[in-house]
Design a protein around this ligand. Structure first.
Ligand code: NAP
Length: 281
């Protein structure tokens, strides 16, 4: 009798060593009784394409892609979902039928994470997104689908303008210098820059002008309670950390890699928090 093949997937990034994705996916694999594993590939920036080729040849079923490779992931794919194509970035690569499939599930993660705090998306919302990289593009894609308008603020304005042009009337580009006026009257603010990530400068903005009921979300989850979220709370805003987004984007990723939805009922947020505590915050 031959043993059933073991499915292996992973996350690739530079850096990726902070990632909690292995904790989440391996817990789901274990709970679902699936023979397989989810690994971490922290690589130098220049080695992305070669490493993906190597892992594909080794028989991996797919990869989550994190900073700074999401645009490059889309570029090396041979087939794309509409979400990845329109976002111009992929956080999931799946190797099947001789193809490299690209998808973007970051937007699903943002909607899931923010929904409760913002009171749902059944009404049109206006949000400020800080940053115009791959994660911002994924978020814009999903938020546009639920009728939201986005004010996009980025250090390099040209990148924000490219996204605004791609996504049309619902998205407008602004300069960093337009803060805090751009926060006036909006329903939520999302940090989609890599500022605040461990080892980088914190993100500091003036929250004056932002309605007090508006939630502030940070995509960064290492550290979980960023200086940005602490300042937002001090200014009276509800906050949403990056872990719920991570779990939200991981669910459809798991289905891509392992062929089934992750099992219900497992508190992966608690497991991820325990892992963060074990690592010392
Ligand atoms: P990315 O494509 O590398 O984009 C980085 C963004 O950060 C760009 O807009 C960049 O602006 C901006 N930035 C970098 N350094 C800056 C600085 N010193 N001052 C102002 N802006 C700066 O990265 P990404 O893939 O979009 O990821 C962005 C963040 O989201 C990362 O922290 C990532 O860990 C996090 N993330 C979290 C989740 C989750 O599930 N929680 C999912 C995806 C991403 P320029 O265009 O001017 O360079």
């Amino acid at each position: 009798m031959t043993a059933s093949p073991s499915l292996v997937a992973g996350v690739i990034g530079s850096p990726a060593k902070h990632s909690l994705s292995p904790t989440i996916h391996n817990a789901w694999l274990h709970a679902a009784g699936i023979k397989g594993g989810y690994r971490l590939y922290d690589i130098p920036e220049g080695e992305f394409e070669a490493k993906v080729g190597e892992l594909r040849a080794e028989g991996l079923s797919g990869l989550n892609v994190t900073i700074p490779f999401k645009e490059r992931a889309l570029a090396i794919s041979t087939r794309q979902t509409a979400e990845a194509r329109q976002a111009g970035a992929a956080n999931v690569l799946t190797f099947r039928d001789g193809e490299v499939w690209a998808d973007n599930t970051d937007g699903i993660g943002v909607i899931e994470a923010l929904s409760a705090a913002i009171g749902g998306f059944s009404e049109p919302r206006t949000l400020v997104i800080l940053g115009a990289g791959g994660a911002a593009a994924g978020a814009i894609m999903a938020l546009r689908h639920v009728g939201s308008r986005i004010r996009l603020v980025n250090r390099t304005r040209a990148k924000a303008e490219i996204l605004a042009e791609r996504f049309g009337q619902q998205v407008a580009a602004y300069d960093w210098a337009d803060l805090p006026a751009v926060l006036d009257g909006v329903d939520a603010v999302i940090n989609a820059t890599s500022l605040g990530l461990e080892g980088r400068d914190p993100l500091v903005i003036d929250f004056a002008g932002l309605p007090k009921t508006a939630p502030v979300m940070d995509m960064v989850y290492k550290p979980l309670d960023t200086a940005f979220l602490q300042a937002a709370r001090a200014a009276g805003h509800p906050t949403v950390d990056g872990l719920d987004m991570l779990i939200g984007q991981a669910r459809p990723s798991f289905a891509h890699f392992f062929g089934v939805r992750p099992p219900e009922g497992l508190d992966v947020r608690a497991l991820a928090l325990a892992e963060l505590a074990r690592r010392g915050g």
